[in-house]
Design a protein around this ligand. Structure first.
Ligand SMILES: NC(=O)c1ccc[n+]([C@@H]2O[C@H](COP(=O)([O-])OP(=O)(O)OC[C@H]3O[C@@H](n4cnc5c(N)ncnc54)[C@H](OP(=O)(O)O)[C@@H]3O)[C@@H](O)[C@H]2O)c1
Length: 309
């Protein structure tokens, strides 16, 4: 059991977030230092303060903290804020956490969608993707999701209000099948592509982009769990030039100064039923490793997290 030093709090994790990025952090330095063998697995959690040596937090406060995969952690209180009450609590880690904010800022600040435009999002039944598609619908766009398997595609159109869905696993991506399936689903071209996966799916979207289209580069989950790909997507830079595309990478924390407004909007949409929250909660700390392997294999629908007893 760690102890809290001066300016720190001792927290008990309640829900630990599972993120595709957990795997990327093992591959090398990203926006944070690389994880090495023997390190505590990094990651964020919704955690309860059990002991405080900081004047602005008290036992019982709930915080979102970079605890890693631990049941207790001593962390600096400097950048922690007590979270407002939430029912259910897990929403603080999904729609009101990194996933909801990533979808919100990536789509609205980087994708810049306009009413009537066609928005495509990959990993569309995942935690970030499911929010992206629904927010694009709220903003008056036509929305097409890309996901693996018929069940996920049916969920997108039947439950989450997407206009259409493309099963990338059923399409022969390398033989041009995904490109053709997207052309059929987006006859007027793609105005905004929210890219969660990179690789062949990004390539298929590039070929279907409209002139002056925007690509919000959020992540590249297709690249995290294997050997380095033999080549990058075809069409770069030619298609970027001829179609005058804008590709913009972002990290959710780039927009932290706008969190308050974003959270107020997300809450209003959840409260009026326009934004549905899908969560995939696995019980038990000991299940964290298999939960991450399963996330990368596409087991999850919505935000995956582990509840710590
Ligand atoms: N920029 C930021 O600040 C930021 C913040 C948070 C997350 N992200 C990024 O957002 C993306 C989504 O992350 P998440 O943690 O929310 O995970 P998630 O979308 O809940 O789960 C990952 C999903 O990726 C799909 N997938 C796995 N391998 C794939 C492949 N080879 N090709 C295509 N799809 C594949 C799977 O769905 P299928 O069944 O559909 O394959 C899986 O369910 C990641 O790229 C992550 O790095 C970025």
């Amino acid at each position: 059991m760690p102890t809290a030093g001066e300016g720190q709090v001792l927290v008990k994790t309640r829900y630990i977030s599972l993120d595709a990025a957990n795997r990327a952090w093992m591959q090398g330095a990203t926006y944070r230092a690389a994880l090495g063998a023997g390190d505590v697995m990094a990651g964020g959690a919704l955690a309860e303060v059990v002991e405080s040596r900081s004047p602005h937090l008290k036992p019982g406060d709930l915080v979102f903290a970079d605890t890693g995969w631990q049941d207790y952690a001593a962390v600096s209180a400097k950048h922690l804020t007590a979270q407002p009450p939430s029912d259910p609590l897990s929403h603080l880690l999904s729609v009101y956490g990194v996933a909801g904010l990533t979808a919100y800022f990536g789509l609205l600040e980087c994708g810049l969608p306009k009413v009537g435009e066609t928005v495509v999002v990959s990993a569309a039944a995942g935690s970030v993707g499911a929010f992206v598609g629904q927010i694009a619908k709220i903003k008056g766009c036509r929305v097409v999701g890309i996901a693996g398997g018929a069940a996920k595609c049916a969920l997108l159109t039947r439950e989450l209000g997407f206009d259409d869905a493309v099963d990338y696993k059923a399409a022969d991506s390398q033989g041009g099948g995904l490109r053709r399936a997207l052309r059929a689903a987006c006859p007027d071209g793609i105005d905004v592509y929210f890219d969660n996966v990179g690789g062949d799916v990004l390539e298929a979207c590039l070929f279907n982009m409209s002139t002056h289209g925007r690509i919000a580069c959020c992540g590249a989950v297709s690249q995290y769990d294997g050997a380095a790909p033999p080549h990058g997507p075809r069409g770069i830079p030619g298609l970027i030039v001829t179609k005058r595309l804008i590709l913009r990478g972002f990290i959710v924390s780039d927009f932290a100064d706008q969190n308050e407004k974003a959270l107020a909007n997300l809450k209003a949409w959840v409260d009026d039923g326009a934004l549905k929250v899908r969560e995939d909660i696995i019980d038990g700390f000991e299940n964290l490793p298999t939960a991450l392997v399963g996330l990368l294999a596409g087991e999850n629908i919505g935000k995956r997290m582990v509840k710590v007893r």
